[in-house]
Ligand binder design. Structure first.
Ligand code: PEP
Length: 250
């Protein structure tokens, strides 16, 4: 039985004050022993402050990105060791906004995945197809390519000790949620791809859905057999909605 998992990706939103207020409200509602794993991923600049507020609670901390290099002359970058240092346990890797807006290709995503693992961070690896790729029938080959890049670089055990997020690009921030059936089909496809390498590992890996998931649709999505929770963008910025989504994962 896979424990459900819900992560909030706050992206580049909020102030120090609003980040603190949001996480205080979450900690108060979610308590110390939620029925699902709950993670928040604030902007880098707010990590330390949020870390102090989640300390000892049932909410864990993640970052939205990390440098592919260990340390050195990389102006503007944040290393995995720095993220560990401030209390991060997780890091989002290969979000579609990083892939499309910042040119992160499969090779760089795989490098970041390995770097995260080397630093003792658990990657939340994002994969997903664009609308054009879905409509042209390329969806499975795109997802397979994204998964295989990391499988080849890191091996099946590393992938299965991580978290995968299926996030159709056309559903992110658009209000166009994938139907539970559409999402389930892709989750099953990802699991079968991993099962071809190691069936037991594929059974254990958690695969989240992301893309306009909200308080109203979370329970139906999370009720699908291969959907193990969600990576939540917009709805994670409202404490009440995020708490409802976490409860839907219980
Ligand atoms: C995301 O960016 O990871 C995401 C799922 O965003 P939203 O929930 O806003 O679609």
């Amino acid at each position: 039985m896979r424990r459900k998992f819900v992560a909030g990706n706050w992206k580049m939103n909020g102030s120090l004050e609003s980040a603190n207020a949001l996480v205080k409200a979450l900690v108060a509602s979610i308590g110390n022993s939620p029925a699902a794993d709950v993670v928040v991923c604030p902007p880098f600049i707010h990590l330390e402050s949020v870390a102090a507020l989640v300390n000892g609670s049932g909410v864990s901390l993640g970052a939205q990105n990390l440098a592919d290099e260990e340390a050195g002359a990389y102006t503007g970058e944040v290393s995995g060791a720095m993220l560990k240092d401030v209390g991060c346990e997780y890091v989002i890797i290969g979000h579609s906004e990083r892939r499309t807006l910042y040119g992160e290709d499969d090779a760089l995503v795989s490098k970041k995945f390995l770097r995260a693992r080397d630093e003792g961070l658990i990657p939340i690896l994002c994969v997903g197809e664009s609308l054009e790729e879905r409509e042209s029938g390329a969806m499975e080959s795109v997802i397979a390519r994204q998964i295989d890049a990391v499988l080849t670089a890191a091996g099946v055990q590393a992938l299965c000790n991580s978290v995968i997020a299926y996030e159709p690009v056309w559903a992110i921030g658009t209000g166009m949620t994938a139907t539970p059936e559409q999402a389930q089909d892709v989750h099953a496809f990802i699991r079968s791809r991993i099962a071809a390498e190691d069936a037991a590992a594929a059974e254990g890996v958690r695969i989240l859905y992301g893309g306009s998931a909200n308080a109203a649709n979370a329970a139906t999505l999370f009720g699908q057999p291969d959907i193990d929770g969600g990576l939540i963008g917009g709805a994670s910025l409202k404490a009440e909605d995020f708490v409802t989504i976490c409860a839907a994962a219980a």
